[in-house]
Design a protein around this ligand. Structure first.
Ligand SMILES: [Zn+2]
Length: 341
C-alpha cells in the first residue's frame, strides 16, 4: 500500500509543477496524466489489485489526485485562453492618449538666449532674489536720490540696512565682480521685482537676462557685434539692430537696442507702434566707477554689459499680447507650447 501512496504523492507533485505555453502543451499534459493510458489510469490498475481493507483509504487519496489533475488542467487552459483574449483586445484597441507636459514659454526663451550666448563663451551665474541696497543700487552707481530707491518703485523687505527684492539682475554682476577677476564673461538670468500695478503691459515681477564681459581692450564695437549676432540668431538672419543713446547709472556710454519688428518686418504694426522697430534691451560700457568699486583696475580693464527682458522677447517671438498670461498658468495657453522644444 505504502508504495502506491508514495506514487500518488509523486504524481501529484509533478502535476503541480506543470506549466504550459500553448493549448497543445495543455493537451499533452492531459494525455500524460488523465487519458486512458495515462499515469492516473495506471494507478487505478494497481488500485484494483489492493486488498479490500486498504482500498477504502487509498481510494480517497487517488480520487483526490484525479480531481486535482482535472482542476489543474482546467486552470492551465483558462489562463492561456485569457491571454489570447487579451491579445485580441490589444490588437483592436487604440492606445491610451499620453498627455505630455510642455515647457513654459519664458523658460523656452531663457534657454534659447542662454544657449546662444554660451556659444560665445558666456557662463551662467545666479544670485539671490532678496538683495541688499549695496548690490542692487550703491555698487552700481545709483545716486542716493535715484527714483529707483523710492518705495514707489521697489519692494522693500526690511528698512534700516535696506533689504529689498532685486529690481534687476545687475546685482548678480556685482556679486560676480566681487569674487572673480577678469576676464569675466557671464550671463545672469533671473526674476526681478518692481512695485508696479499689474496690467497687460506691466507686472510686479518679470524676468531679465543680463550679460557682462570684462577684459583688456573690450570696446563698444565688440558689444555691437555680439548683440547683432545674438539678434540674428534669435530672431532670424534678416534682423537689423539699431542703438539709441540712453542713460543707465552703471554704464557709460549707454544705449537702448531696437531690433527690426519681426511681426511686420519693418513695415509698421501695432506691436512696434508703427515704427518698424522694437526695443529689446539696454546696454553700454561698464562705468569705470562700477569697476573700481568692485576692485577692478579701470585703467587696465574695460567691459560691456547688457540686459534684456525675457517677457518682451517672448512676446515678440510668440506674439503673446498680455503679460499676465505668463504667470496665470492657464493650461489652454501653456499647452500651445507643447510642440516647441
Ligand atoms: Zn511691427
Amino acid at each position: 500500500m505504502s508504495s502506491l501512496v508514495e506514487k500518488i504523492a509523486e504524481i501529484k507533485e509533478s502535476l503541480a509543477a506543470q506549466h504550459a505555453l500553448t493549448l497543445d502543451e495543455v493537451e499533452q499534459i492531459r494525455v500524460l496524466f488523465l487519458s486512458k493510458k495515462g499515469k492516473i489510469a495506471s494507478l487505478f490498475e494497481e488500485f484494483k489489485k489492493l486488498p479490500a481493507e486498504e482500498k477504502r483509504e487509498v481510494g480517497v487519496v487517488i480520487n483526490e489526485l484525479k480531481n486535482f489533475a482535472t482542476e489543474k488542467i482546467q486552470s492551465l487552459k483558462m489562463a492561456l485562453e485569457a491571454k489570447v483574449e487579451d491579445k485580441k483586445e490589444d490588437l483592436t484597441r487604440s492606445a491610451a492618449p499620453i498627455v505630455l507636459g510642455s515647457r513654459h514659454p519664458l523658460t523656452l526663451v531663457r534657454q534659447e538666449v542662454c544657449e546662444i550666448f554660451s556659444r560665445l563663451g558666456f557662463s551662467i551665474e545666479l544670485g539671490p532674489e532678496i538683495e541688499d541696497d549695496y548690490h542692487v543700487f550703491s555698487a552700481l552707481n545709483f545716486a542716493e536720490d535715484h527714483p529707483a530707491r523710492d518705495m514707489q518703485d521697489t519692494f522693500f523687505v526690511k528698512p534700516g540696512p535696506d533689504i529689498l527684492l532685486r529690481t534687476h539682475t545687475s546685482s548678480v554682476q556685482v556679486r560676480v565682480m566681487e569674487k572673480k577677476r577678469p576676464p569675466i564673461r557671464v550671463l545672469c538670468p533671473g526674476r526681478v521685482y518692481r512695485n508696479e500695478a499689474i496690467s497687460a503691459r506691466a507686472h510686479c515681477f518679470f524676468h531679465q537676462i543680463e550679460g557682462l564681459y570684462i577684459d583688456k581692450g573690450v570696446s563698444f564695437a565688440d558689444l555691437r557685434e555680439v548683440l547683432l549676432f545674438f539678434a540674428r540668431e534669435f530672431f532670424g538672419e534678416k534682423t537689423e539692430i539699431r542703438l539709441r543713446p540712453s542713460y543707465f547709472p552703471f554704464t557709460e556710454p549707454s544705449a537702448e537696442m531696437d531690433v527690426s519688428c519681426n511681426i511686420c518686418h519693418g513695415k509698421g504694426c501695432g506691436f512696434c507702434k508703427h515704427t518698424g522697430w522694437v526695443e529689446i534691451l539696454g546696454c553700454g560700457m561698464v562705468d569705470p566707477a562700477v569697476l573700481e568699486e568692485a576692485g577692478i583696475d579701470s585703467t587696465v580693464y574695460t567691459g560691456y554689459a547688457f540686459g534684456l527682458g525675457v517677457e518682451r522677447m517672448t512676446n515678440l517671438k510668440y506674439r503673446a499680447k498680455d503679460l499676465r498670461l505668463f504667470s496665470e498658468n492657464d493650461q489652454r495657453f501653456l499647452s500651445l507650447f507643447q510642440s516647441v522644444h
